[in-house]
Design a protein around this ligand. Sequence first.
Ligand code: PEP
Ligand code: MG
Length: 579
Amino acid sequence: MSLIISGLGVSKGIAIGNVHVLHRNSLEVYERQIAASEIKHEISRFNSAVKRASKQLKKIQNSIPADAPKDIAAFIESHLLMLDDAMLSSAPIDIIKEDRCNAEWALKLQRDKLIAVFDLMEDEYLRTRQDDIDHVISLIQKMLFDHQYEVEKEIKTLRGSIIVADDLTPADTVILQHQNIAGFITELGGPLSHTAIIARSLSIPAIVGIQDARQLLNSNEQIIIDGGEGMVLAGVDDKVVRHYKGKRKAQKDERRKLESLRDVVAQTQDGIDIDLQANIELTDDIKALKHSGAMGVGLYRTEFLYIDRDEPASESEQLSAYKKVIRALKGLPVTIRTLDLGAEKEFDPKYKGPMVQNPALGLRGLRRSLKDTELFKCQLRAILQASIHGPVRIMFPMITSEDELAASYKVLAQAKQELTDEGKQFDAQIPIGIMIEVPAAALLAQRFANQCDFLSIGTNDLIQYSLAIDRIDESVNYLYDPLHPAVLKLIKITLQAGAKANIPVAMCGEMAGDPRYTRLLLGMGLRHFSSHPATVLEIKAIINSSRLDRLDTPVKKILSIATSPAKIHTLVDELNNTM
Ligand code: PEP
Ligand code: MG
């Protein structure tokens, strides 16, 4: 009998393979009262389990392949830190002593306490991080249950299988990555869960949030998963399998066709060159950028030099990080965005004021930099010195007023003066630009354009602030609409301001990497796109199949519709389906 189950598709693609059910995370834990004389023994069992869990994670950490997504290493590192934290390493010991219970039960009580705290958190991302606590605790539990427990033993040869589990830990994924599995299905998790993040970076089809998946699907039965549609098909006949094999082949062929565009210039059918660059965060992203055929870095996010570490990176550490990117780009431009710290990504607790309740409206981006000009100047000095190694541009995030721009230029001038006094070289003509991320900045785009060398539209924030929608709040996600007429109007104002001041205007928010909007943006006058490396080729394919002279009239019509987002969507679909 055939069965169709739907869940949340978090990583696109089709996988056809045999089910391998992992039953590991469902250990039953029972309470056992212990005698006073047993307390010492119970504590030593607990300590030994924590030690072995840590050893196990370190072993896995050492086996992470060099080309594994950076998220995996970061997750495992955070799990190791948790194991060291008193909330896990010593609180259960207190419970063993006070409640006179077994170590497993003490750990369970501590788990429930921690999860209750997470449940109260408003931030969706932080709430999702409950799974970190569960992963670490279940690893300690397994060590308590089975002295010899090792993750690898459970995962034998799984090549081509579809893994069905309640949840997957980052450690599991390191091992699974070696196994070439075809896809993942999990019972737990949302779009921000580890499984989702890791599956996307490994390009493995994945569906999460299918309750009772382990009951519904049988080990070794053949199933099909469609990550794009969030659909699982079981018990299907050969005809359906053939259909999906065809679909999978078509998707692979499409990808191959895109790959063939890597060295082709981005140019419309009527001969207009379009500048296609990519966004990067870590130096590791350079490999993906090169693979994408992007012609430069349109947005280099530098927050990694400040967060998840005790101290911000020193000037020399920053300089070497920037130099690495610039050299790897071999003469292609690199746009370095100055730090965009905010209350939610902060390293310095003294800046956490009352606005922490509403971090997106708090002391973030350039405001934060201008509050700590020494920190800001340190970064500017590093970027300036890096600028002798290749074409570099500086970009300021989250600007809202001309005063902020003037204050930033002042700090920049001080940095330049200091370097001159110290006899250090830099590009004195280094181009300076700002991000247009706040409606206020878009409305004043002309004034900014007259004082900058370039503008770059950050649609992620521009949409959030224009429509009053928290980017990471799932309950209002459905309102997050790049085609809202107000958003389009702000983009248009910015493009017009750039054209009038004769400076380039780029777009580096997610909208620039979404193929549904490419033609519309071309028709609105955008000529500089910067997006995630994974999207660059798809955007190029659309650019190279479009004629600018045929976009003018339909785009004007779309922009003239002020009231109906639904109508705009229909017309944009039409635009994408013609030509
Ligand atoms: C944006 O806001 O569109 C942007 C690119 O910046 P970030 O996503 O880093 O806030
Ligand atoms: Mg932004």
